[in-house]
Design a protein around this ligand. Structure first.
Ligand SMILES: CC(C)(COP(=O)(O)OP(=O)(O)OC[C@H]1O[C@@H](n2cnc3c(N)ncnc32)[C@H](O)[C@@H]1OP(=O)(O)O)[C@@H](O)C(=O)NCCC(=O)NCCS
Length: 265
């Protein structure tokens, strides 16, 4: 058979026929939830257990975190410039970084690598200690721990409880909590929402590279709401001069007027 220019294993779209990983879209619409289909699209198979329910709980947990989240603040400010909805949402997504929303991926990678070093569960604490020791000696923060606002994030605990009830907690979550125990010997750092999602996505069999995808899928809902909220305000809710504290030098003047247009030849 002649090889085509593009090859994809995700979906097959022909005239009047749409199949996602082989399943006709009508069957998915009629019989499956969004969580189930996210699992199908990401892993290639429908969940055999409660993974679809867990995915939906994660998406609910991540749906919005107010304007204190830099991504929502970026969307809100961008929308005040009168740009289209997709550009305002894009501004928020582009604000995901090391300190906000961007920790799921590196945390999942760290835990996935750690699990490779855990031949059996007995070694988990040893591996957790090695991960913390390495971060301390490099002066680095461990992604997935600590929070700028919460000391006891209600989302993180509830997701762990739901994961236990649904039977989707596994070795990755155990290692993430072992790292938390080691960190708490010398600090009050807790596993944050990004860290919990990182661990659960590994326990559900997802590639760590999909970390930011969970954030983007869920938070796009909140970002769209903040953008439209801004667009409906009259006047737009943007900072005024009195909202801004200037910290540069006080007003000063050139020693003489600039010689604009002077002939220097
Ligand atoms: C989220 C985060 C930015 C919050 O920062 P913060 O509340 O301002 O915390 P601080 O910068 O005040 O840090 C307090 C102390 O804990 C340490 N610390 C904070 N998070 C840490 C982490 N994840 N690993 C190791 N040490 C950490 C800091 O180095 C600091 O130590 P110091 O006082 O000796 O300098 C920070 O915890 C972090 O960078 N975490 C890792 C990235 C992450 O998970 N981001 C997603 C958040 S949902």
């Amino acid at each position: 058979l002649e090889q085509r220019f593009w090859r994809t294993a995700v979906s097959d779209v022909q005239r009047n026929r749409i199949a996602i990983r082989g399943y006709p879209i009508q069957e998915l619409i009629a019989h499956r939830t969004f969580g189930d289909v996210v699992h199908l699209v990401f892993t290639g198979e429908l969940p055999e257990g409660n993974e679809g329910v867990m995915i939906e709980a994660i998406l609910v947990a991540m749906v919005d975190h107010g304007l204190v989240a830099p991504s929502a603040a970026a969307t809100y400010v961008a929308a005040s410039a009168g740009i289209p909805l997709q550009a305002a949402i894009g501004a928020g997504i582009l604000a995901l970084g090391d300190y906000h929303g961007g920790a799921i991926e590196p945390c999942a990678k760290l835990i996935a690598q750690g699990l490779e070093d855990c031949a059996d569960t007995g070694q988990m604490e040893e591996v957790a200690r090695a991960i913390v020791a390495e971060a301390v000696s490099a002066g680095e923060r461990i992604p997935g721990y600590g929070h700028r606002v919460h000391t006891d994030d209600p989302r993180a605990k509830e997701l762990l409880r739901v994961a236990s009830d649904l039977g989707v907690r596994g070795r990755a979550t155990a290692l993430a909590l072992a790292i938390e125990r080691v960190l708490q010997e010398n600090s009050r750092l807790t596993l944050n929402i990004d860290g919990v999602i990182a661990a659960l996505m590994l326990d559900m069999g997802f590639d760590w590279r999909l970390g930011k995808a969970f954030y983007i899928i869920a938070r796009s809902v909140g970002l769209a709401a903040h953008a439209v909220d801004q667009m409906r305000q009259k006047p737009l809710n943007a900072p005024l001069p009195e909202d801004i504290e200037y910290t540069g030098p006080p007003e000063r003047h050139l020693s003489r007027p600039p010689d604009v247009g002077r002939d220097v030849s």
